[in-house]
Design a binder for this molecule. Structure first.
Ligand SMILES: Nc1ncnc2c1ncn2[C@@H]1O[C@H](COP(=O)(O)OP(=O)(O)OP(=O)(O)O)[C@@H](O)[C@H]1O
Ligand SMILES: [Mg+2]
Length: 689
């Protein structure tokens, strides 16, 4: 540990706040990123690693691949940096213990089986994803499994061991060998099965409280003078001791699965992490789906290991799988394999660098790196504010002969459009309006077939981000008409507008829930963006997520929200603030998403100016379909019937001289129509009935 690093600001950006631990590669510090306003973990590389330019060069090359690994069970990696004195890695700071810490606390006692399965589910998901993306971890071990305060389980330190091991210098702390596969010890090529072996050792340790080879075995006595040498010998030549000697209650199937993972021959091991996980579940007749995603009990509390006496109870209490015929299982497996194969190129399309370009979104400025995700379940007291009920009458301008008015939708290109198709409902959007030589944002509305275009507000300052209630009678929007930004509600039949909130900070992008009970919105206070929820009348304002929240979009049952987090990914969260998880990452991911009314898709946009495109992703984050193909298209909003998508379009591709319009397109990518035509920007469409 370099005590003198604490308090220093590295590269003008990373203030070193605390020393965390000394690990295999070097010292780990918690740093505060002054640019992104988040805590990160800084791993300073041992001098002997950092001084070898070939290692740094190779690592830098791989750092790009590692940065692209984006999975709910992988700690996001932010790259390799170098100062004149040392090199360091940056990754998201995880505010909880490692599995190593948890096992240490158990003092040699095994973990309950349910907990082992929960960790296995998360680790095998992370490894399956990494392997599918061509990355072998090479250092799977409890020290590289981290659990945050929300119980989320992450694998970290991908690819690092490869570099650590390749150094010619002897690093006493690197590669304790305890989790290393025989082929890795022999210096042969690594493959996914190398990680399966290390996972097997980790499982063995969780299930028995001991590692299979400790270097104190009689047979290893003459194999070396150091423990590491003797452990290596064990991995290369000895059979692992029967786990039942250490934990007699372990079921046979589990023992078989662990020992298969520990086969000396990589070809004889499970060929995927998921196979290993399935084997665990099958052997004790547990439905993999029913296992928790996080290290939590039913009350949502983190439990760092219960007493071993409960193992049998845990086993009988585990959810049982219904008897399914072999034919159905076989058939499902074929489908899974086909889906898996089909999925691969799509993942590749989707995963792009997440650091460099998250700020490229032109619609809303967000800092590109997410803070530690900590769902705030309790209401923030200072923000429980009753709505004021003051009524402000805002005139509704029904404008004729304005540049906004068009009667028939026009199309970008005849070959792409089917003109006789009339999209239903109406689209509220933000329209720029020129007044007194200034440009102001105001709220406009247009029938989705392009008729009846009108300006709804003509407020002081700006009014923007309209959302329409599910009965189509109200518009909720943001305005600074009274000085500071607040959320307003307009009754469309009377034009009466009331503020729903007092001054909050910088609220943006409100969205009314489909059941019309709640409003979700993003709010920036003290430079931190959070996702907020309040009742439809503006009461009970509270935040449910810190570190993002822009453009919340409701699931059709009003139970979940998708939103844009500060690290440039789309997150999904339960409305009570629990279970926040990233759906997809991409540096070129747009900020606004929209949930389809059938709940099956989330429309997103991604790509680089001037040709960003709209895509549909599944609710598991995989691209299902590309919707638009030409022009520059942003900010999708599903129609209430789920057949159409409204969006901000630059039909000929983005040009700074030409302002965006509101377009609609059928979900299948046909029938593209441009609804607005004027020289100012029309943006942020929201589709109502
Ligand atoms: N992203 C992180 N956020 C917070 N703490 C971390 C993070 N990564 C590592 N740590 C802490 O730092 C410690 C050292 O990490 P490091 O990766 O250097 O070694 P390790 O994985 O524990 O391996 P070894 O057993 O070789 O020391 C970890 O045990 C953990 O407590
Ligand atoms: Mg580590």
């Amino acid at each position: 540990m370099c005590a003198d690093l604490i308090g220093q600001t590295i590269l003008g950006q990373f203030r070193v706040d605390a020393f965390i631990a000394s690990g295999g590669m070097g010292a780990v510090y918690r740093v505060w990123d002054l640019k992104r306003n988040v805590s990160l973990a800084m791993k300073v590389l041992h001098a002997d690693l950092a001084d070898d330019p070939s290692i740094i060069k190779r690592f830098k090359r791989e750092a790009n691949a590692l940065r692209k690994l984006a999975h709910p069970n992988i700690v996001p990696f932010y790259g390799l940096y170098q100062t004149s004195d040392f090199a360091f890695l940056l990754e998201r700071y995880v505010d909880g213990p490692s599995l190593k810490d948890i096992l240490r606390k158990r003092q040699g006692k095994p973990l309950p089986l349910e907990e082992v399965l929960t960790y296995l589910k998360a680790i095998s998901a992370a490894l399956g994803y990494a392997h599918a993306n061509g990355v072998v971890h090479c250092d799977v071990k409890p020290g590289n499994v981290m659990i945050d305060k929300g119980g989320n389980i992450y694998l970290t330190d991908f690819g690092i061991a490869r570099h650590s091991e390749s150094t010619t210098t002897t690093l006493s702390t690197v590669g304790t060998a305890a989790y290393m596969a025989p082929e890795q010890i022999r210096g042969e090529a690594v493959c996914p099965a190398t990680d399966i072996y290390a996972l097997g050792v980790t499982l063995y340790e969780m299930l028995t409280g001991q590692r299979p080879f400790k270097g104190d075995e009689k047979q290893t006595e003459s194999s070396g003078s150091t423990a590491n040498e003797r452990i290596r010998f064990g991995h290369l030549t000895l059979s692992p001791p029967d786990p039942r000697n250490l934990n007699p209650v372990l079921p046979d199937g589990i023992i078989y699965a662990v020992l298969k993972a520990l086969n000396k021959n990589p070809q004889q091991r499970y060929q995927s992490a998921n196979r290993l996980f399935e084997a665990f579940c099958n052997s004790i007749d547990v439905n993999p789906e029913s296992l928790p995603e996080r290290a939590m009990d039913v009350n949502g509390l983190w439990i760092p290991g219960r007493e071993i006496e409960q193992t049998n109870a845990m086993l009988t209490g585990l959810p049982r799988r219904r008897a399914i015929s072999g034919i159905i299982i076989g058939f499902s497996l074929i489908i899974i394999v086909i889906l898996f194969i089909l999925r691969q190129p799509k993942i590749n399309i989707y995963l792009q660098d997440r650091i460099e370009d998250a700020s490229s979104t032109s619609l809303y400025e967000v800092s590109p790196i997410k803070t530690t995700v900590m769902p705030i379940l309790q209401v923030t007291e200072t923000l429980i504010i009753q709505s004021t009920n003051t009524t402000i009458n805002v005139p509704v301008y029904e404008k004729t002969n304005t540049p906004f008015l068009i009667d028939t939708p026009t199309t970008i290109n005849d070959s792409l459009a089917v003109l006789n198709s009339k999209p239903p409902g109406k689209i509220a959007y933000t329209c720029e309006v020129s007044r007194d030589d200034n440009i102001y944002d105001q709220i406009c509305i247009v029938n989705a077939d392009g008729t009846g275009q009108r300006q709804l507000t003509n407020t002081e300052g700006s009014s923007l981000y309209p959302t329409i209630s599910s009965d189509g009678n109200h518009i909720v929007f943001i305005s600074n008409m009274s000085g500071d930004h607040a959320i307003y509600d307009m009754d469309l039949s009377s034009g009466k507008t009331i503020p729903l909130t007092p001054v909050l900070g910088e609220p943006t992008s409100p969205s009314i829930s489909p059941n019309d009970n709640l409003i979700a919105f993003a709010n920036k206070r003290d430079n931190v963006m959070s996702l907020y929820i309040m009742n439809r009348d503006g009461s009970n304002i509270h935040d449910i997520f810190s570190g993002g929240g822009a453009y919340p979009s409701w699931s059709p049952d009003s139970s979940q929200l998708s939103f844009f987090s500060s690290d440039g990914s789309i997150y999904v969260i339960d409305v009570n603030g629990s279970n926040p998880h990233p759906l997809s990452f991409s540096s070129n991911l747009g900020s606004r998403s929209s949930w389809s009314p059938d709940g099956n898709y989330i429309a997103i946009f991604q790509g680089v100016k001037p040709s960003r495109q709209i895509f549909l992703i599944n609710t598991n984050g995989v691209i299902a379909q590309q919707v638009t193909t030409i022009g520059d298209n942003l900010s999708p909003a599903f129609s209430p019937d789920g057949n159409w998508i409204g969006f901000l379009c630059y039909p000929e591709g983005y040009q700074s001289t030409k302002q965006g319009e509101i377009c609609v397109i059928k979900k299948d990518g046909s029938d593209l129509q441009v609804l607005t035509h004027n020289s100012l920007l029309d943006w942020l469409p929201y589709w109502g009935p």
